[in-house]
Design a protein around this ligand. Structure first.
Ligand code: NAD
Length: 456
């Protein structure tokens, strides 16, 4: 049973108002505890991912565990620097003054995580929110049951229970929680629910970050190194069985490139997953029966070129490529979020750009080309949360790049210092002194506002 939402929010608010999260040493201690939690329970985290997604140990380290632990270490390293007031540029008029930005915590923030990378999508934002001095109500996704339960069990053992409570539950409980006032809401999940979260936040004019989804396109032209391209596209698509928010959703290319792509993909998939990917330890399962059934209906689009096998008892769907897909097929109408890659043929880069621009702005866009003009064309003529040229997903792990969407794929961003910035209100501060020189320089503003004073 989740805790009573009203009581939980009030407890968290009282804890915030006690002022303890203002202390940098308190934040540092909590972050060290978070790191300790990961280190002391490493095998349980890996096991929870195996239980939820049948994720292999090595993929769990690569795509989840190493990312969250590195993030806490990085945050601890820069904590003092990030939390210090920042001196900003000043003009001649303020030459004697201090012009500063103070990083205020927002207060009580709510972090709602999604199930597909259930550790990092829940706990990366929490790390930044703690560093910025907030109290955080942590709401993991109920869909990834094992990881959600583990987070709910461990967080209270390591972190301050009043400042960082975990709230579990599904739609009903989250709807109840969202009736309360928060000072910031950070949501990861679908665009449809993102709209509900924003509507709830509007009640109190609460600022939000919405990390949403959408269809991230890939364009491949004839100048791309096709051997490398095939590997990088398939890796980005089939890791986590396609349940990645920035997975390549569909491929746009010429008929010639499509034929080559499919031919090479057959070899690569056999090399990676063997003759039957179902037996490969490196291929995940679909998170729930609901998503499995949804994906099965999407298989009816286009012509099957590779895969299409399934086993409902394991929620297994093999790596699948569909060709001759038209833009009106059902698979082109919603985010796929599974191991199915449709290919839509286009005649040129211009046609691909037109196709992409006629749809909602994607979370990520992938371009494979050696032609600098084509690259410039895509970078300047399309809009998306991020672009990765000649690879997939790798932009996500560059901490100096903010990660987030635009339009229907989201608002706001995070990662590295950007997470700290997201959870900090930048308070503008001007500090003047009583220096007589400063007073005389500024005295023209006092009445009477004579022409002589104005001309000076
Ligand atoms: P989900 O079902 O885990 O839902 C996400 C969270 O929203 C959960 O905590 C859930 O409890 C809560 N929720 C669900 N319905 C709700 C409701 N009606 N009211 C309030 N809260 C509700 O995950 P999902 O929505 O299936 O996630 C998949 C989507 O998330 C995809 O579109 C994917 O692209 C997107 N996503 C985006 C990112 C990103 O970083 N931009 C990352 C992962 C997933």
């Amino acid at each position: 049973m989740p805790a009573n939402a009203a009581e939980l929010v009030q407890r968290c608010r009282n804890a915030y108002e006690s002022g303890k999260t203002k202390s940098i040493s308190f934040r540092e201690k909590q972050l060290k505890q978070l790191l300790k939690m990961y280190q002391e329970n490493e095998s349980d985290f890996i096991a929870s991912l195996a239980s939820d997604l049948r994720k292999s140990k090595n993929e769990a380290y690569l795509s989840e565990f190493n990312i969250v632990t590195a993030d806490v270490i990085n945050t601890l390293h820069y904590l003092k620097e990030w939390t210090s007031p920042e001196k900003v540029q000043k003009g001649l008029a303020n030459i004697l003054d201090d012009v500063l930005l103070y990083k205020d915590p927002y207060g009580v923030v709510l972090v709602i995580g999604a199930w597909n990378y259930p550790i990092q999508l829940c706990l990366l934002p929490v790390t930044g929110a703690i560093a910025a001095g907030n109290c955080v109500i942590i709401k993991p996704s109920e869909v990834s049951t094992a990881t959600s339960n583990l987070i709910a069990e461990l967080i209270p053992k390591y972190l301050d229970q009043d400042c960082y409570p975990v709230y579990t539950g599904g739609v009903e409980e989250t709807t109840e929680l969202l009736k309360h006032r928060f000072d910031y809401i950070f949501y990861t999940g679908s665009t449809a629910v993102g709209k509900l979260v924003r509507a709830a936040a509007n009640e109190y004019l609460t600022p939000v970050t919405l990390e949403l989804g959408g269809k991230s396109p890939v364009f491949i032209d004839g100048t791309a190194n096709i051997d490398i391209t095939v590997k990088r596209v398939l890796w980005g698509k089939f890791i986590n069985a396609g349940q990645t928010c920035i997975a390549p959703d569909y491929v746009l290319c010429s008929k010639q490139v499509q034929d080559l792509f499919v031919e090479k993909a057959k070899h690569v998939l056999r090399e990676w997953y063997g003759d039957d990917p179902k037996n490969s330890p490196d291929f995940c399962r679909i998170i729930s029966d609901k998503h499995f059934q949804r994906l099965k209906t999407l298989l009816k689009s286009g012509t099957l070129a590779i895969g299409g096998d399934d086993d409902p008892s394991e929620r297994y769907l093999s790596p699948t490529i569909l060709i001759n897909v038209s833009q009106d097929d059902p698979i082109m109408k919603e985010e796929i979020f599974g191991p199915i890659l449709p290919v839509v043929t286009v005649e040129s880069a211009y046609e691909a750009i037109g196709f992409i621009n006629s749809r909602p702005k994607p979370l990520s866009l992938y371009l494979f080309s050696s032609d600098k003009k084509v690259r410039e064309l895509f970078l300047t003529q399309t809009h998306s949360g991020s672009v990765c040229v000649n690879d997939t997903l790798m932009q996500y792990v560059v901490d100096s790049l903010p990660f987030g969407g635009v339009g229907m794929s989201g608002m706001g961003s995070y990662h590295g210092k950007y997470t700290f910035d997201t959870f900090s209100f930048k308070k503008s501060v001007l500090v003047k002194n009583f220096n007589p020189l400063g007073e005389s320089l500024g005295s023209a503003r006092y009445p009477p506002l004579t022409d002589k004073k104005m001309a000076a």
